[in-house]
Design a binder for this molecule. Structure first.
Ligand code: SF4
Length: 323
């Protein structure tokens, strides 16, 4: 008999993450790829990658969870047994490895969030809405400007003894201040360290505003790989900041754990590479609300829809009734 495994997928606007776990929270396979504006294509590549790492003779994926901004679409594609928001998935994933965590700081490519927990339960959260200056996209664009690969930014920042102050009220201010500081002759090390501090300052002033940041603090998301930003957080908070080696996969890990704990079971079929998925938006005209309904088709057949505010707009249910 095959052993049971659980698949978790986290599809964000920048990156798509996936893990397969056993019942004891051990990772059997993991993958991290770029979404490149095509969540459907990214998920197909992700599943192929995970399938290649995974021993399908010995294991069987019996439940699947999805999270992230494209969680519903991907949940429909994969026949997920659980679809959960990122806050829940990150809280569940992180507490699995750091049960005492009180604060989760997360900075991704395009968004950031903070989650506050008590006894392993998320009690408050905030997400960035407007400004990119507290995200990885800002660091990436500035690394190009400075001619330093983004993955080297942390090591460069650590060489600085006097980080340059960079005004980071918003991306536009930060960029023009950065150019000004380059022209003033500040060293690259000081500027990069200043950028790391600017990202942290912006994050704490926007996302973390008014929140009580208590220890233990876990920092995750793509930017947590930048040791310069980790150090800047420790300096600003006056407390140690934990970075888990699987921090970039925590959403997917949380989704897999949620799938494991859910009652629903459905064997996952890895063969989705040749399946055609399409989405279409239709307006429900049955009342003045005119809800925008997203329909997902698998090989031309409607498999899911959402966006309707009432049952009358549930196209899948309507079709099933008349089938
Ligand atoms: S889904 Fe319901 S609320 Fe939305 S437009 Fe249709 S009938 Fe109106």
């Amino acid at each position: 008999m095959k052993k049971e495994a659980y698949l978790g997928v986290d599809v964000g606007s920048i990156s798509t993450k996936g893990v397969i776990m056993d019942g004891d929270k051990n990772l059997l396979a993991s993958a991290y790829i770029w979404t490149e504006g095509d969540p459907i294509g990214a998920v197909k590549r992700l599943i192929e990658d995970l399938g290649a790492q995974f021993d399908r003779e010995a294991w069987e994926v019996v439940a699947t969870g999805t999270t992230g901004s494209a969680r519903k679409l991907v949940g429909a594609m994969l026949g997920a047994t659980v679809v959960k928001n990122e806050i829940t998935a990150h809280a569940v994933g992180t507490t699995a490895y750091h049960p005492d965590v009180r604060t989760i700081l997360e900075i991704g490519g395009q968004d950031s969030k903070i989650i506050l927990l008590e006894n392993g339960i998320a009690i408050d959260y905030a997400m960035n809405t407007l400004c990119a200056a507290g995200t990885g996209a800002f660091l990436s664009s500035q690394s190009r400007r400075l001619g330093i690969p983004v993955e080297d930014m942390g090591a460069v920042a650590l060489k600085s003894a006097h980080p340059t102050h960079i005004a980071a009220r918003c991306t536009v201010f930060a960029e023009s201040d950065l150019v000004h500081k380059i022209q003033m002759g500040h060293t690259k090390e000081d500027i990069v360290a200043g950028l790391c501090e600017a990202v942290v300052g912006n994050y704490l002033n926007n996302v973390g505003k008014g929140k009580r940041i208590l220890e233990p603090i876990v920092f995750q998301g793509g930017v947590s790989k930048n040791i310069g930003v980790v150090k800047a957080f420790e300096k600003a908070l006056g407390a140690p900041v934990i970075v888990d080696e699987n921090g970039h996969l925590m959403g997917a890990i949380g989704a897999a754990i949620l799938a494991k704990h859910h009652d629903a079971r459905k064997t996952f079929d890895f063969g989705i590479e040749n399946v055609a998925f399409k989405t279409r938006e239709v307006i429900c005209g049955q009342c003045p609300n005119r809800c925008e309904i997203i329909c997902v088709y698998r090989d031309g057949k409607l498999i899911d829809n959402w966006g309707n505010r009432c049952e009358k707009g549930d196209i899948t249910a309507r079709q099933a009734k008349h089938a």
